[in-house]
Design a binder for this molecule. Structure first.
Ligand code: FDA
Length: 502
């Protein structure tokens, strides 16, 4: 199936010289299937028709990663890198088309080292967000880190693709706070910020890691958090005026003070306003009554706690503990259903009558849900070309659409069609030319690479690339040409190489 000749025996033989055999798994090994499944978060990519890797390699040190890349190149064996396995399209462990490949699973490389003196940390790609948050919380109660909500998400995919959560408006994205990184490139070289080149260091902070090599670890800037934060969750049903409150939220939330983040989860006929405020309830109350009286917020909704306590509280619920951040399987339970997701960006508030129609559509059988994350403040303060992530000034909020189904007795076609129809319906009300999307909410419906002469086509990649990266797509493609001109590291939505015109 591969145009290049692949020698899988040669790959194994080459590996055996540098990697202990117990770290290499073939399909016939009894551990292969449990290992493959271990971090799959969308079970629709664990069915017999899915194209699986031929091998899984689980490095325990840097030299194993270098050896896997060199052996892969010499033997025409492509590698897909998996950190936390949360990719919405499963591209870290499966191929959309018939292909021979190996998975490099980084879950053994998960050290976190916090330095409270400099308020920085080094974190390996195979660690989870929960492990990073936990280590930061243990080291200091005055420091936090701005990244996603779900504790089982992997550092490798999340940081390289952006990464945002409840601290987005105060401190920006995870990738905005990366100071240095360690990368193994397609030649097996071990590179850092000072040796990988400024274009490549720019590219891996939002442009996706998989196009440029294997990112092994990241140095990040930790951020100050106050001793007390306030969390609230306030549901408003349609009969209580949810349409009006959500319509108003669009103007209010992106313009609030940067220490107040209010997102909305709209499901069936209820809008859940979920919030993190970096301060006490006493300080929050007057802000809410002056800026957002329509929400009718009062003291009874306030839950005060420390920042590190707020992390499990918000995502795992009120019964959870800080130790639960170390549990690598929490979201496996939440995500035991198959799902389809996609995203949009809103730059002009959607009119009230359209919101009324949206609520009616969310009441349909087999309807999905929407998560609205407000931008503005620090998210918008970074210039559009300063990092690959281009959804900056002018963006009011991000929409994530999701629809779930039970794998027992359903293939998800009804729910997937609902998402596609709803996405089509939303077109007039969201960003256009290009219609922007968030790279970390990967959706292959946005377009896929076309390989021409064994290299992904720059022209064909523009279709999906400009949605995720707007004008930064071209610079990403030039960075790709610098570090991996032969397109060894590729998948269905990796950045194609664009050689600088002479
Ligand atoms: P995975 O290992 O699947 O990798 C994703 C992609 O990155 C693949 O293409 C892979 O090859 C590549 N890659 C991974 N590690 C690499 C490395 N070390 N070097 C080079 N390339 C590498 N997002 C968000 O911004 N905020 C949020 O709150 C959430 N919440 C959330 C919850 C749940 C349950 C899911 C499933 C997903 C999210 N996300 C999210 C999206 C998440 O940020 C996105 O899926 C990340 O890419 C996941 O990173 P993983 O390492 O887990 O994925």
């Amino acid at each position: 199936s591969s145009s290049q000749s692949t020698s899988s025996d040669g790959f194994l033989q080459c590996l055996s010289a540098s990697i202990p055999s117990q770290l290499v798994f073939t399909q016939s090994s009894p551990s292969f299937t449990p290992l493959l499944k271990s971090s799959i978060r969308n079970p629709k990519f664990f069915t017999p028709s899915i194209v699986r890797p031929l091998y899984i390699v689980t490095p325990t040190n840097v030299s194993h990663v270098q050896a896997a890349v060199l052996c892969g190149r010499r033997n025409g064996m492509r590698i897909r890198v998996r950190s936390g396995g949360h990719d919405y399209e499963g591209l870290s462990y499966r191929s959309e088309h018939a292909e021979v490949f190996a998975v490099l699973d980084l879950s053994n490389l998960r050290a976190v080292r916090v330095d409270t003196q400099t308020s920085t940390a080094w974190v390996d790609s195979g660690a989870t967000l929960g492990e990073l948050y936990y280590a930061v919380g243990k080291a200091s109660n005055a420091l936090g880190f701005p990244a996603g909500l779900c504790p089982t998400v992997g550092i490798g995919g999340h940081f390289s693709g952006g990464g945002f959560g409840m601290l987005l408006r105060k401190y920006g994205l995870a990738s905005d706070n990366v100071l240095d990184a360690v990368l193994v490139d397609a030649q097996g070289r071990l590179l850092s910020k000072s040796t990988m080149g400024s274009d490549v260091f720019w590219a891996i902070r939002g442009g996706g890691g998989e196009s440029f090599g294997v990112v092994l670890s990241w140095q990040v800037r930790l951020v100050p958090v106050p001793p007390t934060v306030t969390v609230f969750n306030l549901p408003v049903s349609a009969s209580q005026g949810a349409v009006d409150v959500v319509t108003r939220w669009q103007q209010v939330a992106p313009a609030l003070p940067d220490d107040l983040f209010i997102r909305v989860l709209v499901q069936q006929q209820t809008a859940n306003f979920q919030s993190l405020f970096l301060g006490t309830c006493d300080v929050l109350l007057p802000v809410m009554s002056s800026r957002f009286p329509e929400l009718r917020f009062n003291r009874s909704f306030c839950k005060e706690m420390t920042w590190i306590q707020s992390v499990p509280y918000i995502y795992l619920g009120s019964g959870s503990t800080v130790e639960d951040l170390l549990n690598r399987t929490t979201s496996a339970a939440v995500f035991s259903s198959g799902y389809k997701a996609t995203s949009d960006y809103v730059r002009q508030a959607i009119p009230r009558d359209v919101w009324a129609t949206i609520f009616a559509k969310l009441a349909q059988p087999n309807a999905g849900l929407m998560i609205l994350d407000p931008y503005g403040a620090q998210a918008a303060a970074v210039p559009e070309s300063a990092t690959p992530f281009p959804h900056r000034a002018g963006v009011l909020y991000n929409i994530q659409y999701m629809n779930f189904w039970s794998m027992a007795g359903s293939d998800g076609s009804v729910q997937t069609k609902w998402i596609r129809d709803f996405y089509a319906f939303m077109a007039p009300y969201v960003s256009s030319n290009p219609r922007e999307a968030y790279f970390n909410y990967r959706d292959l419906d946005l377009g896929e690479n076309v390989v021409v002469g064994n290299v992904s086509s720059y022209q064909a990649g523009m279709v999906w690339g400009q949605k995720y990266f707007r004008g930064n797509y071209q610079r990403l493609a030039m960075a790709k040409a610098e570090i991996d001109p032969d397109d060894y590291f590729r998948n269905e939505q990796s950045i194609p190489p664009l050689a600088k015109s002479k």
